[in-house]
Ligand binder design. Structure first.
Ligand SMILES: NC(=O)c1ccc[n+]([C@@H]2O[C@H](COP(=O)([O-])OP(=O)(O)OC[C@H]3O[C@@H](n4cnc5c(N)ncnc54)[C@H](O)[C@@H]3O)[C@@H](O)[C@H]2O)c1
Length: 332
C-alpha cells in the first residue's frame, strides 16, 4: 500500500480543519465523507473531491483504508467500535470518551484489532512551539523545571458553538465542560514536558448559563516529579486579551510560548529574552496526519500511543471532582 484512502466520519467544524491539514499529508487521500446530515457530508465531499455517504457501511463500499471519527463525544465509543470492527485503521478525535471506563472499552476493542493503527488525534502533540520547548527543556536550556503555567482563554465562535443548543452545552453529549473538551490541547503540552500529574486542586465556574459543564477552570496540577503547574481554561463571554499560552520556569531560565506563536528563551543574556523559534498552532493538525500515515504505511510507532491520552481525560475528571470537593484530588 502506497497511500491511505481516508474516510471522514462527522463532517462538522473540525473536519474542515482536518481536511485543510490533509492537503499537506502527501500520502493520504480523502475518498469518503460520512455524516447523518446529508448537506454536511455533501459540502465536505465537494471540497475534497470525494464521495458523500450517510453511514460507515457506505464509506466502506466506496473504499477506505482508514476512518477519522470526528463526532460529538457521546458517539465516540459507538462509531470507533464500528470502525475498528470493520477492520480499518482509525483516528479518533479527543477526548477518547468522557469516562475512563468507556476509554478502556475502546482500548480493548483496539487491542483486539491490534494489526490496525488506532490513533487518538490530540493535535497538541504536534504543536510546533510545544515541540520546540520540549526539545529545549530536554537539552537543559532552562535547567531543572521549577514550575509552569498553561493559560487558555478563548471566545465563543459560531464555528464550534453554533447555538446555545450545541451538543457542547449538554452534559449528556459533551460529557463535561472545557476541562475535558478544549482543555486537552493545553494539558497535553504540560504532560509532554513535565510528565504525569498526580493530584489537582481546582475551582470551576459556569460563565455560560446554558452550558451544563464548566466554562471556567482555575487549577493547580501537582506532577509526580513534585513540580506544581497552573492550568487555566476560560470560555469567555467577551473579548479576550493575549496572554502567553505557556510559561516554563527552570532553575536557570524560562521559556515562554506566546499566543502569537513565538518561542522566547530567557537565559539571562538579554532581559527581553531571545526568540528561538516561531510556529503556528494550525500546523499541529498536519502533524497528526503525517504521523498517522507513517504508522499505517511504514509501521512507525505513533508519537503518542492512544492510551497516553487517558491522562488528559483523568485530569479533567479530577478537576471536576476537586471543584466539588474543594480538596486536592488524585488523578488516578
Ligand atoms: N482537535 C481540535 O482542535 C478539535 C477542535 C474541535 C473539536 N474537536 C473534536 O472533534 C469532534 C467533533 O467536534 P466538532 O466541533 O467538529 O463538532 P460538530 O458538531 O461541528 O461536527 C460533528 C459532526 O458529526 C456529525 N454526526 C453526528 N452524529 C453522527 C453519526 N452518527 N455519524 C456521522 N456523523 C455524525 C454531525 O452531523 C456534525 O456534522 C469532537 O470530539 C471534538 O472534541 C477537536
Amino acid at each position: 500500500m502506497e497511500s491511505v484512502r481516508l474516510g471522514i466520519v462527522g463532517c462538522g467544524a473540525i473536519a474542515q480543519w482536518h481536511a485543510t491539514a490533509l492537503k499537506h499529508a502527501e500520502r493520504t487521500t480523502i475518498t469518503a465523507c460520512v455524516d447523518v446530515v446529508p448537506a454536511q457530508a455533501e459540502t465536505l465531499a465537494t471540497s475534497t473531491n470525494s464521495v458523500a455517504c450517510s453511514s460507515i457501511t457506505e464509506a466502506l463500499d466506496v473504499g477506505v483504508d482508514a476512518l477519522a471519527i470526528l463526532v460529538p463525544h457521546d458517539l465516540h465509543e459507538k462509531l470507533v467500535t464500528e470502525a475498528l470492527e470493520a477492520g480499518v485503521h482509525v483516528a479518533l478525535e479527543k477526548p477518547m470518551a468522557p469516562t475512563l471506563d468507556a476509554c478502556e472499552r475502546i482500548l480493548a476493542t483496539a487491542a483486539r484489532h491490534g494489526d490496525r493503527v488506532f490513533m487518538l488525534t490530540e493535535n497538541a502533540q504536534y504543536w510546533p512551539e510545544v515541540v520546540m520547548a520540549q526539545k529545549l527543556v530536554a537539552e537543559g536550556a532552562i535547567g531543572e523545571i521549577v514550575t509552569a503555567r498553561s493559560w487558555h482563554n478563548f471566545g465563543i465562535t459560531k464555528e464550534f458553538y453554533p447555538s446555545d443548543q450545541s451538543w457542547r452545552f449538554r452534559q449528556a453529549s459533551a460529557g463535561g465542560g472545557v476541562a475535558l473538551d478544549t482543555g486537552s490541547h493545553w494539558m497535553r503540552p504540560l504532560r509532554m514536558i513535565l510528565g504525569e500529574i498526580d493530584e489537582v486542586v481546582a475551582v470551576t465556574g459556569r460563565l455560560w448559563e446554558k452550558m451544563e459543564g464548566e466554562s471556567l477552570v482555575r487549577s493547580l496540577c501537582l506532577f509526580q516529579s513534585g513540580v506544581v503547574a497552573s492550568f487555566d481554561v476560560i470560555l469567555a463571554t467577551g473579548a479576550v486579551g493575549l496572554q502567553p499560552h505557556f510559561q516554563f520556569t527552570g532553575t536557570t531560565g524560562e521559556i515562554v510560548i506566546s499566543a502569537l506563536g513565538e518561542v522566547r528563551l530567557f537565559d539571562g543574556k538579554d532581559w527581553q529574552g531571545t526568540v528561538v523559534g516561531r510556529g503556528n498552532y494550525m500546523d499541529s493538525y498536519g502533524g497528526v496526519w503525517r504521523d498517522f500515515e507513517a504508522a499505517i504505511l511504514d509501521g512507525k510507532p505513533l508519537d503518542a500511543d492512544a492510551r497516553y491520552s487517558l491522562g488528559e481525560v483523568a485530569a479533567a475528571n479530577a478537576i471536576v471532582r476537586s471543584a466539588r470537593s474543594r480538596k486536592w484530588e488524585k488523578v488516578w
